[in-house]
Design a protein around this ligand. Structure first.
Ligand code: FPP
Length: 238
């Protein structure tokens, strides 16, 4: 039980939504049923973050490596995303959630790309909570793209190599303008970062939990926030 439900939540929480496949397997269901349950968990947690006053929620929905899964599973996840985005766009005026997408969207279907753009454009003025969907996202890929853009600008004479600082490089990432996450949660018992927010997580607190993502609820988020507050964040100082 979290000892204090009134603790100030972190400004930015990031989540690796893991364990959908095992949740489905435990019930003798197809993996896509696990992802559907995972999408419901996401909806619940995004709403809960809004009521807590969390300003940024970043979720790992599909990695650059997830294409290796079966065509059926990839298709199922894409279908769910499309359905979720359509509903989210319809609910936007009510929920005041701002959407952003981190990742190379050019590999997604034209319909899904259009939905992503529409969600971003129509929610751009909302500031209650910002949801960053990582779609076809990889942390290393993000850094390589940033380096490539900077190198291009140097080659074009727009920048000097010496100008590059941590702040400047941050501005080339998908997350430009978004503060780093204070708390990163990985449910499902795995204890890896799996190429998620490599640059942005330099000083994040990681909380690994044993619950599978489709079973993850508001009480689990409370517990992760309580654990975050028990940690002593020093940023390399004493
Ligand atoms: C990891 O669980 C989960 C994914 C690769 C996909 C996450 C996608 C969703 C939650 C659905 C789409 C999201 C929204 C918001 C519509 P896993 O399949 O690796 O689980 P396992 O490790 O138990 O096999």
């Amino acid at each position: 039980m979290p000892e204090n439900k009134n603790l100030t939540p972190p400004r930015h929480i990031a989540i690796i939504m893991d364990g959908n496949g095992r949740w489905a397997k435990n019930r003798g269901l197809p993996r896509t049923a696990g992802h559907a349950a995972g999408a419901e968990s996401f909806r619940k947690i995004a709403n809960y973050c809004r009521t807590l006053g969390v300003q940024y929620l970043t979720v790992y929905a599909f990695s650059t490596e997830n294409w290796k899964r079966s065509a059926e599973e990839v298709g199922g996840i894409m279908k769910l995303l499309g359905r979720y985005l359509k509903e989210a766009i319809a609910d936007m005026e009510k929920n005041h959630v701002c959407f952003r997408f981190f990742g190379d969207l050019s590999k997604l279907s034209p319909d899904l790309q259009k939905l992503c753009r529409e969600a971003e454009e129509r929610s751009g003025t909302y500031h209650e909570v910002q949801v960053n969907f990582c779609l076809n996202y990889g942390g290393r890929d993000e850094i390589v793209r940033a380096a490539r853009t900077f190198a291009r600008e140097v080659a074009e004479g727009k920048r000097q190599p010496e100008e590059l600082t941590e702040e400047l490089l941050s501005g080339y990432l998908y997350s430009a303008g978004v503060p780093d996450p204070e708390l990163i949660i990985r449910p499902s018992g795995e204890k890896r970062t799996s190429n998620f927010l490599l640059w942005q997580s330099a000083y994040s607190e990681f909380v690994f939990m044993n619950v599978l993502w489709p079973d993850f609820g508001p009480d689990d988020l409370d517990e992760a926030i309580a654990e975050y507050h028990r940690r002593n964040r020093r940023f390399g100082g004493v």
